[in-house]
Design a protein around this ligand. Structure first.
Ligand SMILES: Nc1ncnc2c1ncn2[C@@H]1O[C@H](COP(=O)(O)OP(=O)(O)O)[C@@H](O)[C@H]1O
Ligand SMILES: [Mg+2]
Length: 253
């Protein structure tokens, strides 16, 4: 069921009832005050309570282990605001921002707009998470195009040496927008130090193991898993464009 949108101005946000959202899950007065100032400095004029997820009865876009994501307004524009949870095991958002910037430079991820210690502002990707999008997509050719686009983005990440880190199980990390453009989100655990395995991880998730792989094969036809695994093995040993294209081929894309 769609929940209704509620817009809350930055002034209204000072109400105690919003402390649990801004300082999820356990606010203190001092932290709340500090974070409200931080939001003002970032130019946030309002936030919008809407989305399919919920925190303390308030609808939000998303909730992860580290953050809460809501819609915010800056310069009259609707953007996504990622709020660091107070119980997060991360010091702050700047590191994630740095990773996202790098991803943006190769046209991956939502465009970053601003960052502070506890907040990250980025382009709002208005769409559905991949599994849900897939459920609603009836056109086989379109599903294939989206999959190919995802793999191409992973190839660019691999080439840049940026490992996303959470693509082997990514039901919540790919959003497909209204124009069927997939966007990889959450560079929280991304790294330049690990050997990047984006293509292998995403193929594992999309075609080899788990529920999504099953769904995809129902939608776009069964794949020869052994052939995919073999193509991935070759790609892993030698990451050339040619070997990547062999992976695409094995995946039927
Ligand atoms: N730019 C965005 N636009 C729209 N929704 C987003 C955006 N970024 C994240 N989300 C939603 O919020 C959820 C949690 O965000 P995520 O970055 O994964 O947080 P965490 O680091 O806590 O896991 C995502 O699964 C997605 O549904
Ligand atoms: Mg996440």
């Amino acid at each position: 069921m769609k929940k209704k949108k509620v817009q809350i101005s930055i002034e209204e946000l000072e109400k105690e009832e919003y402390a649990t959202l801004i300082c999820y899950p356990k606010p203190t007065k001092a932290e709340f005050k500090k974070r409200l100032k931080e939001l003002q400095k970032l130019g946030v004029k309002a936030i919008e309570l809407s989305g399919e997820k919920e925190v303390f009865n308030m609808p939000v876009l998303g909730k992860g282990c580290v953050c809460i994501v809501v819609i915010a307004y800056i310069n009259g524009k609707r953007v996504a605001l990622k709020i660091r949870r107070v119980d997060a095991d991360r010091m702050g958002m700047p590191r994630e921002a740095e990773m996202l910037r790098m991803a943006n430079s190769i046209n991956v991820g939502p465009k970053i707009l601003a960052v502070s210690k506890n907040f990250l502002l980025m382009q709002f990707v208005d769409g559905k998470l991949l599994p849900e999008w897939l459920d609603s997509c009836r056109a086989k050719a379109l599903a294939k195009r989206v999959l190919r686009d995802i793999l191409e983005q992973c190839w660019r990440l691999d080439r840049a040496g940026l490992d996303h880190g959470e693509l082997s199980h990514a039901p919540k990390h790919i959003i497909v927008d209204g124009k069927a453009k997939p966007c990889i989100v959450d560079f929280e655990t991304a790294s330049l130090k690990r050997k990047s395995s984006n293509v292998t991880s995403i193929c594992q998730f999309l075609f080899i193991s788990g529920l999504i792989a099953k769904k995809f094969s129902e939608r776009i036809g069964k794949r020869d898993k052994t052939a995919i695994i073999e193509a991935l093995r070759r790609y892993k040993a030698n990451r050339t464009r040619k070997n990547f294209e062999k992976v695409l081929e094995a995946c039927g894309l």
